[in-house]
Design a protein around this ligand. Structure first.
Ligand code: NAI
Length: 259
């Protein structure tokens, strides 16, 4: 009998860059990759936070280094991506995770400013990190890009149109680049987290979180950042080589639920 084709379930030794990795899902993602033996570039505009996460990982026996990176700074993206690739001897995996809330009513005087910042941090930054990473990804044996969007890209909430528009842009960017880069073997996928306990949702009172989760999710609870991080990791395994161009809600069933 022909042996079943061997597909690797390991990211050991691969190098990964995570944006917004000082907190929440980015931090959990950095840990998940490091736990599996990857070399992790922990980047964030919160430099102290990035250092703390890299130290946590190193203390636990993993391989990580911190970089200060504000993803709204195009020059910094090019510089840091180059530094990471030099430090780790290449770059195999890019996780576009950095994000900010951007809730604002459409007729608010600050709408334009909030929109500009949302599009810059949530969407424009992702194409920039991808373009900076491409020359390195092209040299990888298992090149992977995962873009973090949101269930707000698939459904919508009032007074959150800047965020929803930017996140919907991420799903379009993902599909288009999957088609464009697929012939080179580079996979590009998107994750849409639902309600997850992170820095971004920390200010929501516990009772409100519970009420929302019971009403909207099938699993009737908020998710933990690790539950998203592990799906992100799965999409980056060498074995995930035939999966590209998809947008996956990781949302406790929120998008599946009608009533
Ligand atoms: P978080 O607030 O815990 O982490 C976001 C990280 O991004 C922080 O460390 C922050 O310093 C960093 N960041 C913000 N602006 C940056 C910039 N200009 N440059 C570099 N880093 C920057 O939030 P969370 O929830 O972990 O967010 C991760 C991603 O998940 C974001 O893209 C967010 O939009 C998305 N998301 C979060 C959901 C949730 O329920 N928490 C739901 C759906 C999507």
């Amino acid at each position: 009998m022909e042996p079943v084709k061997k597909l690797s379930r390991s990211v050991k030794g691969l190098s990964v860059l995570v944006t917004g990795a000082a907190s929440g899902m980015g931090r959990a993602t950095a840990h998940a990759f490091a736990d599996e033996g990857a070399q992790v570039a922990v980047t964030d505009f919160n430099e102290a936070g990035a250092r703390a996460v890299a130290e946590e990982i190193s203390t636990g026996g993993g391989t990580a280094r911190a970089w200060a990176l504000d993803v709204s700074d195009a020059d910094a993206i090019r510089r840091v991506v180059g530094e990471v690739a030099s430090a780790f001897g290449g770059l195999d995996i890019l996780i576009n995770n950095a994000g900010i809330p951007a809730a604002v009513p459409i007729d608010h005087e600050r709408y334009e400013a909030v929109w500009e910042r949302a599009v810059s941090v949530l969407l424009t930054a992702q194409q920039r990190t991808i373009r900076a990473a491409l020359p390195h990804l092209r040299k990888s044996k298992s090149p992977r890009i995962v873009n973090i969007a949101s269930t707000e890209a698939l459904g919508a909430t009032a007074r959150d149109s800047a965020y929803a528009a930017a996140k919907a842009g991420v799903t379009g960017l993902t599909r288009a680049l999957a088609v464009e880069l697929g012939p080179e073997g580079i996979t590009v996928n998107c994750i849409c987290p639902g309600p997850v306990r992170t820095g971004m949702t920390a200010a929501i009172p516990e009772g409100d979180k519970e009420t929302y989760a019971r009403r909207r999710t099938v699993l009737r609870r908020y998710g933990d950042p690790e539950e998203v991080a592990h799906i992100t990791l799965s999409l980056c395994l060498p074995a995930a080589s035939f999966l590209t161009g998809v947008t996956i809600p990781v949302d406790g069933g929120l998008m599946a639920r009608n009533a």
